[in-house]
Design a protein around this ligand. Structure first.
Ligand SMILES: Cc1cc2nc3c(=O)[nH]c(=O)nc-3n(C[C@H](O)[C@H](O)[C@H](O)COP(=O)(O)OP(=O)(O)OC[C@H]3O[C@@H](n4cnc5c(N)ncnc54)[C@H](O)[C@@H]3O)c2cc1C
Length: 409
């Protein structure tokens, strides 16, 4: 296919990779990249780490600069949103009053942080963290002697907790579940993360929630928790989840289910419309049927795969579930999908800071794993997950038995 325009909605990580891949694969037609944000495509992981901590400038996150996009003859439109999709007419309306005709359309709109409907939540002391601008605003509230309340003990919340502690803040995390990161990891990993943060002086309160916030005359924010306790803080950070930006697709009649539904070729229910990244819900048997991933690796790989599919390459895209998180000096790596997990096996590590957690399904197959500061072991586990290896839990638990010997078949 080498005629017509390919329009990409969303100039984030998936959209940026989709655009670059089209050129990389020799597509010479028109490529339009619409970006609601004023910035060229950038990577978000440093926003909760080096950028928030003041160790890296926000510009360092840039993935493809505007000059690079121009060099690739990608028509990048910063600050211009798609406002309506019209799949029957193969048209996209844009916020600058324009109308774009497309031959192929790739949807990469990402997601928006969830904001619970609580009294006072629109207060300026309440933050979310998704964009570069969010990070710079939050960064201004961190520093020695400041107090921060983090709502949600998931990955974003815990990374912000670590960065805020390192910046000298007093940090409280409230999590309404009985354990941290409960949706994505097994209990042993949750306990390890809780111990890590407690050792760094974070006050973690499980089965606790935010009920209301109120601006105080001194510019701080009063936060009332579910047990009625009030804490006065310099910043409240909401890390309670992400909603896929699928409204445009839904309004256009494209099948969505908390995200835009795609098949293994990133195809949506509308002809010649593809989706990738945080907005896409991907068919995946090992993940329990369907999964919407919020992962750097997936955004890059699926953005690339969507572009390839749009050019007619019929290679299915199979996500691996690879995610990482950095907290203090700990590197947490996650691989696989725990949906089918029946039990967690922990392999004792010589260094108490390290952790190796393996999730096995009912047949003893390794389906997911988490390694904290154990990259070498994770390589072996990644291979086993890809192969569907069946493992012996008793050998996995024995630190004196070589890891490789744990494979039964
Ligand atoms: C603070 C933070 C830390 C993270 N850390 C990690 C990590 O350590 N490891 C990891 O694996 N993952 C991490 N992630 C997740 C990872 O960054 C995301 O999965 C990835 O950015 C998703 O890319 P995307 O392109 O799908 O969405 P995005 O990067 O969100 O890009 C979507 C873009 O589309 C734009 N858009 C939306 N609607 C429209 C429209 N109608 N018209 C035009 N443009 C539109 C949005 O403004 C946005 O710029 C982190 C995320 C955040 C926020």
């Amino acid at each position: 296919m080498n005629a017509g325009a390919i329009v990409i909605v969303g100039a984030g990580q998936a959209g940026g990779w989709a655009a670059a891949t089209l050129r990389d694969r020799g597509y010479t037609g028109r490529v339009v990249l619409l970006g609601e944000e004023p910035h060229a495509p950038y990577e978000r992981p440093p926003l909760s780490k080096a950028v928030l901590g003041g160790h890296a400038p926000p510009e360092s996150t840039e993935l493809f600069s505007a000059p690079r996009l121009a060099q690739l003859q990608i028509e990048f439109a910063p600050g211009v949103s798609a406002t309506r999709l019209r799949p029957e007419e193969r048209r996209v309306d844009t916020s600058d009053g324009g109308v774009l005709d497309y031959e192929r359309l790739i949807l990469c709109m990402g997601g928006t942080p969830l904001v619970p409907a609580l009294p006072g939540v629109g207060n300026p002391g309440v933050h979310v963290l998704r964009t570069r601008d969010d990070a710079m605003r939050l960064r201004a509230s961190l520093g020695p002697g400041k107090r921060v309340l983090i709502v949600g003990g998931g990955w974003i919340g815990l990374e912000v907790a670590a960065t805020a502690r390192q910046a000298g803040c007093a940090v409280t995390v409230v999590e309404q579940a009985p354990r941290l990161c409960a949706r994505s990891v097994q209990p042993g990993v949750s306990a390890h993360l809780a111990a890590l943060h407690a050792a760094h002086g974070v006050d973690i309160r499980l089965q606790a929630a935010l009920r209301a916030v109120q601006a105080l005359p001194d510019g701080r924010t009063a936060a009332v928790l579910s047990d009625g306790v009030r804490i006065d803080v310099d910043a409240v950070v909401l890390g309670v989840g992400l909603q896929a930006n699928d409204a445009l697709a839904r309004e256009a009649g494209i099948a969505c289910e908390r995200g835009v539904l795609v098949d293994a070729y990133c195809r949506t229910s509308a002809p010649d419309v593809y989706a990738a990244g945080d907005v896409a819900v991907t068919a995946h048997a090992a993940a329990g049927g369907r999964i919407r991933l919020e992962s750097w690796q997936n955004a890059q790989d699926q953005g690339t795969a969507a572009a390839r599919s749009a050019l007619g390459d019929a290679t299915p895209y199979v996500p691996t579930g690879a995610v990482w998180s950095e907290q203090y000096d700990a590197m947490v790596q996650i691989i696989g999908f725990p949906a089918m997990a029946m039990c967690e096996v922990l392999r004792p590590q010589a260094d108490g800071r390290a952790l190796l957690s393996m999730a096995l399904d009912a047949g003893g197959r390794l389906v997911a794993a988490v390694a904290v500061d154990a990259p070498r072991e994770l390589r072996q586990l990644r291979k086993w997950i890809a192969e569907g290896a069946v493992l012996d839990p008793a050998l996995l638990r024995r630190p004196d038995a070589p890891l490789a010997n744990a494979q039964i078949r």
